[in-house]
Design a protein around this ligand. Structure first.
Ligand code: PNW
Length: 480
């Protein structure tokens, strides 16, 4: 049981967002376009034709949103920087936009003035479009890592008060969804009905390699030029779902569970902690998986001051007996919501990939803790959508019992992992502060503890879950 007062008094909790999902102001104050501006404007790429042009208009509501966070009792806020707001063309020889810098400085100052710790993500998928046009972005490892390092340095130099830096958000999503399935920007894949260009058998593996090198260079830069003076921490945020065997009696399903975790998480986690890709991936992917040169391996190894963990759901895993497809990114297996006995992993939500299963959160924290030898953890995202929430009317829009239950049970599961298994988790950022642009789902799917009224000037109204999260942490955190 998660008991009263069982989290330390300095436990950092709060909410998370990302630039393209909330800022809007797509062309304001000199911002350049990102690959998400381009992609979301292509008809058919988002559920409702939604784009981030206006989103929650958060760019123009810094004070209002920080006041909202404060009213929720938040001690921390995770936001991301729009690269193309800071360097509109993105590259290391391109001009820096002082108005973009100013915006994020104001945000940090406003948060600190209200006692809220900023957690800042450098890259939450919104690559400057100019870098994609110039050299195919993530597919050009030499150029990308240098441009990312330069952008990171500009951010570190201008935001010295930030003590928690996250280099990349979910590089799995940037790689697989952007270059293998093509569901996310830039939408490349082998299916020519979806994309004129792309190779789903290789490009996601190349993109991932470039991202790891960019991450590593940004960390090296922070540690050598800023850490001593500014005293912050830096790490990468990885997503990962828990896995349970479809047939617990079948050793091949049990093995496939581990393989799924390695393909999804250790693809990035193992290079960051050990300087190499997992053996299971090398075995299946062969020469399609890039090799780290000895220099690259050294550069990437040991680059997390903390493990940033995004976690939402779990699946039952069934192994496949057939040889893997060349474009397989899962590890030659199937993901299911029901197991062999007919048990369901969790209730439906609005997101086809997400079903609540809080025990999986506890188990995955323990799995990660063992694999990576007890790192410091910050949970940088956790939350849920609610089925048909977009259809609700009147005050019912602000009542979200499934989300309330989700947060109660997931936060309790995290506290148990900490208290019973010694997982050093020091903070928790719920996804999300407010309903926002949910990528390919557009505005249909809502993840906020705050209702955003897109019809009425993006007005924000708290949902019940905002109070539940506050009460849950007030109870769990020790008073002294
Ligand atoms: C995360 N999947 O994305 C992101 O970091 C957020 O920006 C996003 O809004 C949030 O989760 C909710 O979706 C994911 O398909 C998107 O498995 C898709 C998947 C996982 C995470």
């Amino acid at each position: 049981m998660a008991t009263t007062g069982s989290l330390p008094k300095d436990f950092l909790w709060g909410y998370a967002t990302a630039s393209y999902q909330i800022e809007g102001a797509a062309t304001q104050d000199g911002r350049g376009p990102s690959i998400w501006d381009t992609f979301s404007h292509i008809p058919g790429k988002t559920a409702d034709g939604g784009t981030g042009d206006v989103a929650c208009d958060a760019y123009n509501r810094t004070k209002e949103d920080v006041a909202l966070l404060k009213s929720y009792g938040a001690r921390a806020y995770r936001f991301s920087i729009s690269w193309s707001r800071v360097i509109p063309l993105g590259g290391r020889n391109d001009p820096v936009n002082p108005l973009g810098i100013k915006h994020y400085q104001n945000m940090v100052d406003e948060l600190l003035a209200n006692g809220i710790q900023p957690f800042v993500t450098l890259f939450h998928w919104d690559l400057p479009q100019a870098l994609h046009d110039r050299y195919l972005g993530l597919l050009n490892k030499e150029e990308f890592q240098l441009d990312f390092e330069n952008y990171a340095r500009v951010c570190f130099a201008n935001l010295p008060k930030v003590k928690h830096w996250i280099t990349l958000n979910e590089p799995w999503c940037s790689s697989v969804l952007g270059y293998n399935t093509g569901l996310f920007a830039p939408g490349r894949c082998s299916d020519r009905t979806k994309s004129a260009e792309g190779d789903s058998t290789r490009e996601h593996l190349i993109a991932a390699h470039s991202l790891l090198l960019g991450h590593a260079r940004a960390v090296r830069c922070y540690r050598s030029e800023f850490k001593a003076k500014d005293g912050g921490m830096i790490g990468v945020t990885l997503n990962g779902d828990w896995t349970e065997p479809w047939d617990p009696e079948d050793p091949l399903d049990v093995e496939a569970c581990e393989r799924k975790l390695e393909f999804a998480i250790s693809w990035f986690g193992d290079p960051v902690y050990f300087g190499k890709y997992p053996d299971s991936m090398r075995k299946q992917l062969g020469e399609r998986l890039p090799e780290f040169t000895p220099e690259e391996s050294q550069l990437v190894k040991g680059t997390n001051d903390f493990y940033g963990m995004n976690h939402y759901t779990a699946n039952y895993i069934k192994h496949l007996d057939t040889p893997p497809a060349d474009d397989d990114h899962l590890g030659n297996l199937e993901c299911h919501f029901y197991n062999k006995a007919g048990d369901c992993i969790g209730p439906e939500t609005q997101s086809v990939w997400l079903r609540p299963h809080p025990e999986g959160f506890r188990k995955l924290l323990i799995w990660l803790n063992n694999r990576y030898n007890g790192p410091i953890f910050f949970v940088t995202e956790n939350g849920t959508s609610v089925k048909d929430e977009h259809l609700k009317v009147g005050d019912d829009r602000f009542d979200d019992p499934l989300r309330c239950e989700y947060f109660r049970t997931y936060i309790a599961a995290m506290a148990r992992a900490r208290n019973e298994s010694g997982v050093d988790v020091r903070g928790y950022l719920a996804w999300s502060l407010m309903d926002n642009f949910e990528w390919a789902e557009g505005y249909v799917t809502r993840f906020g503890v705050t209702y955003t009224d897109y019809e009425n000037g993006q007005k924000r109204t708290p949902k019940r879950s905002a109070f539940v999260v506050k009460e849950t942490f007030e109870e769990l955190i020790a008073k002294e």
